[in-house]
Design a protein around this ligand. Sequence first.
Ligand code: B12
Length: 388
Amino acid sequence: MDLLSPNPSIYVGLRLSSLQAGTQEDLYLHRLKLNYQQCLLGSASRDDNSDCQDRPSMGQLALYLLAVRANCEFVRGHKGDRLVSQLKRFLEDEKKAIGHDHKGHPHTSYYQYSLGILALCVHQKRVHNDVVDKLLSAVEHDQNLYQSHLSVDTAAMAGLAFTCLERSNFNPDQRERITKAIGTVRGKILRDQTSSGHFGNVYSTPLALQLLMTSPVPGVKLGLACLQARTALLTSLQDGAFQNALMISQLLPVLNHKTYLDLIFPDCQAPRVLLRPTTETPAVTPALAIINVTLKVSSLVPPYEQSFFVLSGSSLEDVLKMAQELGRFTYEAQASLSGPYLNSVMGKAAGEREFWQLLQAPDIPLLQGIADYRPKDGETIELRLVSW
Ligand code: B12
């Protein structure tokens, strides 16, 4: 995948919004189908096709299946069956990685595991009880811990997967546990509401709201919490917090009172307003200011620290590029659906269950990636190798 590959999450978000992009939308789905089928089913053209350097992950395949469903299609035929089998195989492998005693971890994450179950469910494909059991256990054990390890985003995605199983009457033997787990993740999300109204942080709020909106009996307390979250989201939206296309794709359904569960019975006839290409507003050339940003890496020996003068409005990625050009500093980023993901610094690649965390020194994790975050004058950004 590269940064120009079509992104299934964007297609899903658009189809669950009140907007449509006319023929562009059909073209986009066509490109998605070509890309995913070629990369996953390994057709003959794979070797000469530079579009698929990496095989899509379990979560990407799941998002692709959600995109197909968003167009009111079911995966069909030989190719469709193969994709479904692949996703089931991915889940089986993850189940093994978690292990009988639930001591291990999925190779990807419980977020992608949930996406996999959700995607199969909206295509009316059942998964074995023991696959669902792993996700149920993750939620149940998390509840016993003093501090929750599942992020709000993951809890919300797990809740959406469970709710789909519940609504589709799948895995009837586990019904009681499923219903209880939905209550558990809902409670966790509500407890994680911040004073500003967001659930977790601004970027986990769209998925959290998607889950809470599926609640059959909203009740006054839940209704109020959702209202506060919506208000907080709208304020963040006006403040320009939503620049990242993937984040917008998770927000669009919520703004249209829809959730991923609408993909069980999608409504492809609902009227949507035609999106117009944005008319370029004449660029208000901001006064060219030069700011000072310090880049710091303490996780390695010898540590690195250097200050740079960059144009205000530069992204963290611009700073990293400049540092690399000036020497002594190197980094590598890989394309993801969220944008470029920093995976190696000074030749040190993050290992399994490790990542290069981005922080505003001394200790505030950034809420955006290297392409979206724009450091302010005088700021020190630390890149820290941590386990997760
Ligand atoms: Co994260 N992460 N994450 N993350 N992550 C989320 C995307 C989200 C939305 C969480 C949140 O704040 N609510 C934000 C992004 C907000 C935004 O775009 N404005 C977020 C953030 C901010 C980060 C960090 C920047 C935090 C930090 O360092 N201060 C770092 C990334 C730093 C870097 O570039 N090195 C970070 C790290 C992680 C870990 C804990 C390492 C894991 C990823 C490792 C793994 O899964 N093996 C992680 C996860 C799991 C997620 C989560 C919960 C799911 C992502 C996923 O699997 N998507 C999302 C939640 C969400 O989307 N709402 C947050 C589905 C698959 C199919 O898509 O593109 O193939 P994918 O997935 C890959 C990328 O998403 C990438 O890792 C995934 C696995 O390879 N990734 C990226 C994960 N996080 C981020 C963040 C950014 C900015 C980028 C570019 C890529």
